[in-house]
Every structure is written in C-alpha cells, then in structure tokens.
Design a protein. Structure first.
Length: 639
C-alpha cells in the first residue's frame, strides 16, 4: 500500500490518500524475513528488546514457519508471511510494543488452522498462558462444539457462513472486553487481510468482508484510540465496496481523489482570501502557545457516502476540509474552549455547534491519540461555510501503553459498557432466531456502541442536563435516568416556547436543547407496539419483556373502558390536541363527538371513549387534558 501526500500552502499537515498497491514487507525467505522483523523490533523498541525477548520472538517465528511452511495464501504468497505482516502492522502502524501481543500476532492462526498439531496447552507451555489466551480469543469459530461452548446451545443444523461470522464477532467482543489485546491482534490481522483482499476471487465475499470491517472493526479501533489507522483501513475497504473489478474500483477511487483535491484547492482559496489562518492563529496564541492550528479532511469513504446520499452531487453545506484546534491535555479546560469560541465569534459569524464527545467540562481520562470534542460551523463574508473542530491531544509521548490506557476503567473509552454488553446479548439472540438480514442488523447496532454525535437535553423538574447520543428517544432517556422504572414512563412533555408544552410519545427523538418532563405511571406499561428505541440496552430490554409476555410470565392488566364527557371554551384545534394526547400515551380513542353549545356558542361540549390499561393511565390522560387552558370540566362514566 502506498500513501500519497499533497501538502500545498497554508500550515496543512500532509493529506493522506491510500492506494491499494500493497507492497509486502516479507517475501518468503525465512532467514531474510526473520532478520528483517527482528531488526524492526530492535529499531522500534530498543529498550525492552533484550536478548531474552529476541529469543522469544525468534522462537515464535520459527514455530509458525514449521507449521505453515508448505501452505500458501489465496494470492500465492507463503502463509507464514501473513503472521509477520500482522505483527509488523502492530509495531509500525498501531505502535503496539507489548511483547506478548506481538508474539500472539505471530501465532494468531495456529489454533484455528493447525488444531490437529497444536493446542491451547501447547502455546501456554511453549510461550505463556497470556499469549495462549490472546490466540484463543482471536480464533474463528468454525465448529459446532465451539458454537455450543460460546452460546450454550445444542447445534443440530448446518453451521452456515453467516452463523460462523455472528459467533466469531460475539466471541471477540465478549473476550476482547476482558483482554483488549485480543482486539489489537484481530485489528492487525484484519488490516493485512484487507490489504490482500484481492486474493479472494469472489467479489461478493470481498465486499462482505469490507462492509463487516467498516461497520464493526473500524469503529472499535477508533474507540480504543487507533483513530488514524481506523480511517486508513476504512478507505482501503472502499475499493471493495464501490466496484467488483479492481480496475473499475481504482477508476472510481481516482475520481474521488480528484474531488478531494478540488475541495482542497477551494478550501485554500477561500481561507487565503479571508486570512482565516492568520485570524485563528492570533486567537490561539493569545490563549496559549501550546495550542496548535491544523487542517483536517474527511476520509474518501465519507466523501463516497455523501455522494451516494445526494445523487452523486456534493451538497452546498458539505465541508470536506476543516480547521482543527489541537489543545494539549495538560492545559485543557472547558474555559479555554469558551475563551476561544468567544473570540472566534468576534471574527466570524457563528452558525451552530455540535457535540462530538461526552467529555466537555473537564478531562478526567488519559487519551491515546486525540479526542474530538465539538464541531463549530461559521459563515465567512463570502457566504461560504467554515467548520472548526476542537481536539484534545495527548501531552508528551504518544506511545500506546496498553496496561495504562486500556485496562483502567477510569481512562477514556468512547463507548458505554452497558451498550456493549447489550450488543453481545443481541448477537447471541439473533444467532438462535430465524431473523432476516441478521448481519445488517448487527452492523447497524455496532454503530450505536460508539456514538459520533450527541445532543444536550434538560430535565425541567430536576434542572439536570443530560448529554445523550443523537437518535435517543424518550424511552431511551427513561432507561438512562431511572432504569428500574423505565417501563413506568408513558411519554413526556417537551417545552415548545412561549410558556407552551407539547406532549410527545415514547418514540419521540430528542433534539439538542430540548427541555423535558417525563410522564410516568405508578404501574409499568406493557404496550410495546410502535416503540423505536435507539439504545441497544433498551432494544434488548424490550426484547426480553416481549419474550416474558409471550411466555405469560407477566400478565398485563385488564383493559378499562371509559366514556369521558368534556366541556370548555371553543377554540380551533382543541379536538386535535386531545387526540394527540391519546396518541402520545398510546390510548385508543373512539366515538369522538364534539359540538358547539347551542346556548353559548363560545363553548363546546362533547365526549369520547378510551381504552386504558390501568387506572394510572386514565388519571394521567385526564390530567394532561385538563392542562389545556380552554377545557373547564371533565366527567368520567362507565361505558
């Protein structure tokens, strides 16, 4: 693989465009390859690469060579070179210097491909238990016995490719959370597999692997701090997604590169015309000399997705290039961002701000590479948009210290562990169910573990702010605030301005700056129709509740049918308001009859019939109706 640089004017770091022309580092001469790899280790980690460590690494290389010396990969290369390339990626691209992880990378396919010759116990004895556990963790599930072990089920059907993939993903996520070194080896293995993906003859198989990589592994890599390698891997996958034939894919990719370069030239011209770099640098230098100004760009994969969504056209508000303000973690504070934002608003017309990370007030976690906090959009005098991203960057060395960063719960992880565990449970559920498009659902759910955008909402009753992923519904929020009584929530009131509140259903998607009041009942509601939760935790809990209802482990209360007589001042839209309250609370309303009072035409009277699953819900409905100022009297009768 080659990386092209196109540095041009301004203080722009080199823009990186990948090409699929992979140049191997190891060529099948074992003595030459071994010497080259050991020299690479000595260069990368001279302090810890002692004679004792050299012996361990050399033993691992000799071990896999003896096992695989007669084997070839699909592209014709000697199989053992794949292990050297995987470990090479760990060292050079991921900057992983942990010896056990490197040795496990050199051995990672041994239990999967040579199970008749080597066992877990062999690896633990020859190397150590930690190495053996990492290799076991990345070993793909290919047999019924392995499925039964991981899913606790008896398998009597054919183990399809889709089920193998589901089982393997579930296993890697399950054990990777316990020992993230499993993730690191899997990432490096997948990275090299994508680099050599054209060795697989079937285009659909290549595309499936590429899409799985983008939707699951790339996002997890970013979550664990491997942001730049994740972006590169995603762009490499693009070759196999945009076209079946390599020549066609490369042509389409070149077109994307041309658009990228055109957007770069446009960005430079506009920024130069308005002295943007000079103005922003002046603001930053007045705050701290440690703060850097850079320029970033979206990946070609993001550009491709944008074009796909917009009929192959670039939207007017799309910003391929953007400014980056890098704040070192040792000086970071929310006040610094506020100070910079205030000064920026004096120079440029402010449009909007978008939360990217849940971290804002103070940085209590150590970060591995960089952490993007927020994206602000401004308008220049020429009416062109300008995007600016605030990053926090590691202070001092950027070396990836696994034990310090990954295994400490108080350090930065951009995923919610409850969402992660729910994801694992949902994979297991899908494995055992006849559900269509399983992998597509898993891909969609995987995205939700690692939110890229957040919205801020406020609880009016407690004056408490919550930062939640963009896409969160009222039901998701209820599970976040009061998980034990979430099913007691039947809706919410959202402030609409000018002293007015609007009733919203559980499926209402929260917007930035929403002010809310949850509507709750004394007993839980088991009405699961039309729920569209975003949170994997909630999706999983709704699934479990549905199963309990089907098994009759829970008996919903008998429906109460009541006729309600209503009298009040006439106003256009009152009937619609009442119907909306019924829809929000999921109450079927029938026999609606509203007429003007023949004696006082400024008044109306009418009635309706409703079906309520509890007295609580009836009372809440009546309370919500009485909040309509024009309604003066309500009476309730048995039907």
């Amino acid at each position: 693989m080659e990386i092209e640089s196109d540095n041009k004017n301004l203080s722009i770091f080199p823009q990186r465009i990948v090409t699929i022309k992979f140049q191997p580092n190891y060529f099948g001469d074992i003595e030459f390859d071994k010497k080259k790899f050991l020299e690479n280790c000595q260069k990368r980690i001279p302090v810890i690469f002692t004679s004792n460590v050299i012996g361990k690494v050399e033993k691992a290389i000799d071990f896999v060579y003896e096992l695989f010396k007669e084997d070839r990969r699909n592209d014709g290369t000697m199989f053992y070179t794949h292990f050297l390339e995987t470990a090479h990626i760990l060292l050079n691209k991921f900057k992983i210097y942990d010896i056990d992880t490197i040795i496990a990378a050199l051995l990672h396919d041994t239990l999967e491909d040579k199970k008749e010759k080597v066992s877990f116990e062999d690896l633990a004895r020859i190397f150590n238990k930690n190495v053996a556990e990492i290799v076991e963790g990345v070993t793909k599930i290919t047999s019924h016995s392995e499925v039964e072990k991981n899913f606790h089920v008896t398998v009597d059907k054919e183990l399809t490719y889709e089920k193998q993939e589901l089982a393997t993903i579930q296993k890697i996520f399950k054990y990777g959370l316990i020992n993230p070194r499993i993730f690191l080896v899997k990432f490096a293995d997948r990275f090299h597999n994508v680099l050599t993906l054209y060795g697989i003859p079937k285009p659909k198989r290549r595309k499936d692997i590429a899409e799985e990589t983008v939707n699951i592994y790339v996002k997890l890599m970013s979550s664990l701090g491997l942001v730049d390698p994740a972006k590169e891997l995603r762009d490499l996958c693009l070759f196999h997604i945009i076209a079946e034939e390599q020549s066609v894919a490369e042509e389409k990719y070149r077109n994307l590169v041309e658009i990228h370069k055109s957007e770069r030239d446009k960005f430079i011209a506009i920024s130069s015309a308005h002295n943007v770099e000079e103005k922003i640098k002046g603001i930053l230098q007045s705050v701290s000399e440690k703060i850097n100004l850079l320029v970033g760009h979206k990946t070609l994969y993001e550009l491709y997705e944008t074009l796909e969504r917009n009929s192959n056209k670039i939207p007017s508000n799309y910003q391929h290039f953007y400014w980056i303000i890098d704040i070192p973690s040792d000086i970071y504070s929310a006040k610094i961002i506020e100070q910079i934002e205030t000064s920026l608003k004096n120079k440029f017309a402010f449009i909007s701000s978008e939360q990217i990370s849940s971290v804002r007030d103070k940085l209590t976690q150590e970060i591995v590479q960089y952490l993007s906090l927020a994206k602000n959009t401004y308008i220049l005098p020429s009416k062109e948009r300008m995007e600016l991203v605030f990053n926090v960057t590691p202070s001092g060395s950027s070396r990836f210290d696994i034990d310090k960063v990954i295994f400490k719960k108080d350090y930065h992880q951009s995923y919610d562990e409850r969402e992660y565990q729910a994801f694992i449970e949902l994979i297991e559920y899908f494995y055992n169910q006849d559900v269509s498009k399983k992998m597509e659902l898993i891909f969609e759910f995987a995205k939700r573990i690692y939110p890229s955008e957040y919205v801020s909402v406020r609880d009016n009753l407690n004056d408490t702010y919550y930062l939640v992923p963009n896409g969160f519904t009222i039901l998701d929020l209820a599970f976040k605030i009061t998980p034990d009584k979430a099913f007691h929530t039947i809706g919410a009131r959202i402030y609409a301005g000018n002293g007015q509140w609007e009733s919203k259903s559980l499926s209402y998607v929260l917007k930035n700056d929403d002010i809310f009041e949850l509507i709750t009942a004394g007993t839980p509601s088991y009405e699961l129709e039309n729920l569209k939760p975003y949170s994997l935790v909630v999706i999983n809990e709704v699934r479990k509740l549905q199963q309990r209802l089907e098994k009759k482990e829970i008996q919903p209360k008998q429906t109460i049918v009541k006729t309600i007589s209503i009298r009040g001042l006439d106003k256009v839209g009152i009937g619609a308001q009442i119907l909306n309250i019924g829809n929000v609370l999921n109450i079927p309303l029938t026999k609606l009859n509203f007429d003007l009072n023949p004696i006082k035409i400024t008044e109306f009277k009418g009635s309706l019939t409703g079906k309520f699953n509890s007295v609580d819900k009836l009372n809440i409905f009546l309370i919500e109706i009485m909040k309509i100022p024009e309604i003066k009297e309500i009476e309730v009768f048995d039907e």
